[in-house]
Design a protein around this ligand. Structure first.
Ligand code: SF4
Length: 446
C-alpha cells in the first residue's frame, strides 16, 4: 500500500501576556500562522520558534514581559517578540541581543513575516487547514470580539493612546461577519472589547454599511443591536461613561444584550476625576444607575477604580467609599496607582506613599466584598440562567457563569449534580447558596 509521508510542519510556541485585547491579537496571529501551515507547540522544547506577545501597560507588566522573553530565550533561544512592549525595541534588544525580531502591537504582517523567516513554512494541504472561525485561544463557547483599537481620550494615568494610537474602529459589517462565523462555530457568548467601546464609530463618522440587506451605522447602539440578533449572549466591556450609553439599556430590557455593563469609572471624587482627565459627573452617574436599574432591575455593573492617584487626599478617598456605598456596584476591581513611564500622572506632585495606597486598596476591597456578598445573598432561592464553562466528571459537579459574570474577572456558579452537562450548555439553575464572589446551585433540568 502506498502511503503518503506528510511533511512535518514547523511548530510555534506562544506566550501571550496582557489584557483580552492582546489575547485577541494572539488569536489573529495564530490563526494566520495556522492557515500558513504551522502547528502550535505546547512547550518550549518542541517549538521551532517562540512568539512572546508582550504587555507594556504598566511598569510591572513590562517587567513581566521582559521576564517572559528571558525565559523563552533560555529555554528555546529562537524568540520573536511582539505586542505593546514591541514599541520599546531598543530596551528589548539591549537586554536580549539574541531576539530574532521585535514588532509592535497590531503589526500582524510583520510578526507573521518574522516567524516565516525564523522557521519557513512547509506547504501541505494537510497542515494548512484552519477552522472556519479561526484558531481560538479561548474555549469554543465564548469569544472576545474586538471592535476597535486605540483611544481618543488622554487619561492622565494611561499610556494606551501612545502605544496604540487614536481610535480606529473596524467596519460594522466586518465585525458582524466575524461574530456570525463565531456563533456558527459554537460560540455562545460574545464579549465585546476595545479600549473605548462607547466611542465605536466616531472615527468613521458613524457612516452606514450594508449587512444582510440592512443598513447598519458604525455606532455602538446599532452594532450591538445587530450582534444581539445572532442568538448568542452579548456582553459589553470597557464602556466609557458617555451619556449615550443609556441607549443600550433598552436593548438589555429587550433581551438582545446581557444585562451587564463594564464601565471603568476610575474614581468618584470630582477633584481626582478632573486630575485624571475623566468626566467628573459622579452625581449624575448615581442617578443614571438608578434609571438603569428601574428599566433593567437585574443589571450587573462592573467597574474599576484607581486608588492612591497623585493628590488623592483622605477626604477624596472617603468620598469614593461613600459613593461606592451608594452606587452598590455588583463587581469592583481596584488598582493601586502605579507611575508609568510616559504617563502625565507620573510627574504630578503629591504622589501618595505606597503604604497609604495599600491601606486604601484594602478598604475599597473590603467594602466591595461586603456589597458583593449582600448582592449575591439576595440571589439565593432564585432561578437564573447559567452558561457552563467546565464539567468535572469525577465529582459530578460543573462550573459556569450567570449573566452577571464575565469570564476570568467576575464570579462563578458552582453546580452539584451536573456531571451530565457539557461546556457551552445554557440552563436554568436554582441558587442554593452564595459567598462573597460565587454562587452555588443545582440544575433544574437534565
Ligand atoms: S479611556 Fe481607557 S484607554 Fe483611553 S486613555 Fe483613558 S484609560 Fe487609557
Amino acid at each position: 500500500m502506498k502511503t503518503t509521508t506528510l511533511p512535518k510542519p514547523p511548530r510555534v510556541g506562544l506566550v501571550s501576556l496582557g489584557c483580552p485585547k492582546a489575547l485577541v491579537d494572539s488569536e489573529r496571529i495564530m490563526t494566520k500562522l495556522r492557515s500558513d501551515g504551522y502547528d502550535m507547540s505546547p512547550d518550549y522544547a518542541g517549538a521551532d520558534v517562540v512568539l512572546v506577545n508582550t504587555c507594556g501597560f504598566l511598569d510591572s507588566a513590562k517587567a513581566e514581559s521582559l521576564e517572559a522573553i528571558g525565559e523563552a530565550i533560555a529555554e528555546n533561544g529562537r524568540v520573536v517578540v511582539t505586542g505593546c512592549m514591541g514599541k520599546e525595541a531598543d530596551v528589548i534588544r539591549a537586554r536580549f541581543p539574541g531576539v530574532l525580531a521585535v514588532t509592535g502591537p497590531q503589526q500582524y504582517e510583520e510578526v507573521v513575516a518574522a516567524v516565516h523567516d525564523a522557521a519557513p513554512p512547509v506547504a501541505s494541504p494537510f497542515t494548512d487547514l484552519v477552522p472556519e472561525a479561526g484558531l481560538k485561544l479561548t474555549p469554543r463557547h465564548y469569544s472576545y470580539l474586538k471592535i476597535s483599537e486605540g483611544c481618543n481620550h488622554r487619561c492622565a494615568f494611561c499610556i494606551i493612546p501612545q502605544l496604540r494610537g487614536d481610535l480606529a474602529s473596524r467596519r460594522p459589517d466586518a465585525i458582524l461577519r466575524e461574530a456570525e462565523k463565531l456563533v456558527q462555530a459554537g460560540t455562545k457568548e460574545l464579549l465585546v472589547i476595545s479600549q473605548d467601546t462607547s466611542a465605536y464609530g466616531v472615527d468613521l463618522k458613524h457612516a452606514t454599511w450594508s449587512w444582510h440587506g440592512r443598513d447598519v451605522r458604525a455606532h455602538m447602539t446599532d452594532l450591538v443591536r445587530e450582534l444581539g440578533s445572532l442568538g448568542a449572549w452579548v456582553r459589553l466591556h470597557y464602556v466609557y461613561p458617555y451619556p449615550h450609553v443609556d441607549s443600550v439599556i433598552p436593548l438589555m430590557a429587550e433581551g438582545l444584550l446581557l444585562p451587564y455593563l463594564d464601565i471603568p469609572f476610575q474614581h468618584a471624587s470630582p477633584k481626582v476625576l478632573k486630575a485624571m482627565k475623566r468626566p467628573a459627573n459622579e452625581a449624575k452617574v448615581l442617578q443614571r444607575l438608578k434609571d438603569w436599574r428601574a428599566l433593567v432591575p437585574d443589571i450587573a455593573v462592573r467597574s474599576s477604580f484607581v486608588v492612591g492617584f497623585p493628590g488623592e487626599t483622605e477626604e477624596d478617598f472617603t468620598y469614593l467609599l461613600r459613593w461606592l456605598e451608594e452606587a452598590q456596584l455588583d463587581r469592583v476591581g481596584a488598582f493601586k496607582f502605579e507611575p508609568v513611564h510616559g504617563a502625565a500622572a507620573t510627574d504630578m506632585p503629591d504622589q501618595v506613599p505606597d503604604e497609604v495606597k495599600q491601606e486604601r486598596y484594602g478598604r475599597v476591597m473590603e467594602l466591595s466584598a461586603r456589597i458583593s456578598a449582600d448582592k449575591l445573598a439576595a440571589k439565593v432561592g432564585r432561578t437564573i440562567d447559567v452558561l457552563i464553562d467546565a464539567v468535572d466528571g469525577d465529582t459530578g459537579g460543573a462550573t459556569g457563569r450567570s449573566k452577571a459574570d464575565a469570564p476570568e474577572i467576575d464570579g462563578e456558579v458552582h453546580l452539584r449534580d451536573a456531571g451530565h452537562l457539557n461546556a457551552g450548555d445554557i440552563l436554568s439553575v436554582k441558587v442554593e447558596d452564595a459567598d462573597e464572589h460565587d454562587l452555588f446551585g443545582v440544575p433544574l433540568q437534565s
